[in-house]
Design a protein around this ligand. Structure first.
Ligand code: DHB
Length: 393
């Protein structure tokens, strides 16, 4: 028995794709190498673009988000003693973002998929794509209990992240890839602390970037720029709070509220695009095809944008035997991907301390911020990207 679409990866790309296909009457199976508990418990970013919130609502997946998510109509930027507010709602004609953590989105989408009778195999291993350049692609894997199995599909999708087997199933000689690594990482914490400010604060400081974000009125998410090779053991809580106070408390007498840190970790920052998002009947979506540095929180949003394009193309191919949508999938998705890459790179370089930069480049970054603080046009351009660019027809 063949299934229309076999999906590897139960993250935002794989889950949104399964839901969009289901809505179009097309069945799919998701394979995931981690356990359901691990998927639902891993802390990632937390900002949903305006249209993603709308899409979830429209798909009947937005009920808990409407209750527990928080709408943000603006952001605060800070450099040296200067703090300024960007009124995104006013600058974009009424759009805003929703702070609702990625793993909560996954919990909601997994629950709804299983309630719909959908199939997700968690805890699989040895997942491998085969015959992707034929009309009968296959995915082989072992179930969590070790039993070997195979999915025979019409189409297969690698929504399996940067390290998954999806991209590797495309011969290296056929892949067109571009990447940039940054000489810094982020140290992120979750703390049981009260709200310090009504908006996210993105701060550039001579010691490095800092970000004040939130998860709920009781739980705050904060980040500081650090060495990507640093060991989290070198960062006792007091050192983290000292760095956060120093980098965030530069404007007036505003003070950051502390609390118990209950989660902390370091991530590297990189930009990456694999423009070869299709090989025969294999399609890549989300982090399998591209990575953005986290500044601006575009990762999840970009994954959902990919599968919105891909689901329409698969629907056309499966229902109406028209494959032009599949042929143009990569080109269509890449136009949005490169704009998100540009925006994330711009936010990252503008807001981080980079010791590999020249003094000239450093002054250009400060001028970027100074221009942004004083120009409504520059603010509108940032806000347009932040809330999410519109979709092409
Ligand atoms: C968060 C992460 C980001 O990268 C960002 O730009 C804003 C918020 C977060 O995890 O809350």
């Amino acid at each position: 028995q063949r299934i229309p679409v076999g999906i590897v990866g139960c993250g935002p790309a794989g889950l949104f794709l399964a839901h969009l296909l289901h809505r179009a009457g097309i069945e799919s199976v998701i394979l995931e190498n981690r356990s359901r508990e691990a998927v639902e418990g891993t802390i990632r970013a937390g900002v949903l673009e305006h249209w993603v919130t709308e899409l979830m609502r429209e798909m009947g997946l937005g009920e808990r988000m409407a209750r527990e998510g928080h709408f943000h109509t603006g952001i605060t930027l800070q450099y040296g003693p200067n703090r300024f507010h960007l009124d995104m709602e006013e600058l974009t004609g009424g759009k805003r973002v929703t702070v609702y953590p990625q793993h909560e989105v996954l919990i909601d989408l997994i629950g709804a998929r299983l309630a719909d009778g959908g199939t997700i195999h968690f805890g699989v291993s040895e997942t491998a794509f085969h015959d992707v350049d034929t009309d009968t692609p296959r995915i082989t894997f072992r179930h969590a209990d070790g039993t070997p199995d195979e999915l025979r599909c019409d189409y297969v999708v690698g929504a399996d992240g940067f390290h998954g087997p999806g991209r590797q199933a495309i011969p290296a000689a056929d892949r067109r890839e571009y990447s940039k690594t940054y000489p810094f990482g982020w140290l992120g914490i979750l703390a049981r602390a009260p709200t310090s400010w009504h908006e996210l604060i993105y701060a550039r400081h001579e010691d490095g970037f800092a970000l004040l974000s939130t998860r709920s009125p009781e739980i705050q998410r904060l980040y500081i720029q650090c060495d990507p090779r640093d060991d989290i053991a070198n960062w006792p809580d007091e050192r983290i709070w000292a760095a956060l106070h120093r980098r965030l408390e530069t404007a007036g007498d505003w003070r950051l509220a502390e609390g118990a840190i209950f989660q902390k970790g370091i991530i590297p920052l990189r930009s990456f695009v694999c423009e070869t998002m299709r090989h025969g009947r294999l399609f890549l979506a989300g982090d399998a095809a591209h990575i953005v540095p986290p500044t601006g929180a575009k990762g999840l949003n970009l994954a959902v944008a990919d599968v919105l394009v891909l689901s329409r193309a698969l629907e056309e191919a499966i229902r109406r035997n028209r494959t032009d949508g599949l042929d143009s999938y990569a080109a269509t998705a890449l136009r949005r991907i490169w704009k998100a890459e540009r925006f994330s790179w711009m936010m990252t370089t503008m807001l981080h301390r980079d010791d590999t930069e020249t003094a000239f480049e450093h002054r250009i970054r400060m001028a970027d911020l100074d221009f942004l603080a004083g120009s409504r046009n520059a603010q509108a351009a940032l806000a347009e990207n932040y809330v999410g660019l519109p979709f092409e027809a």
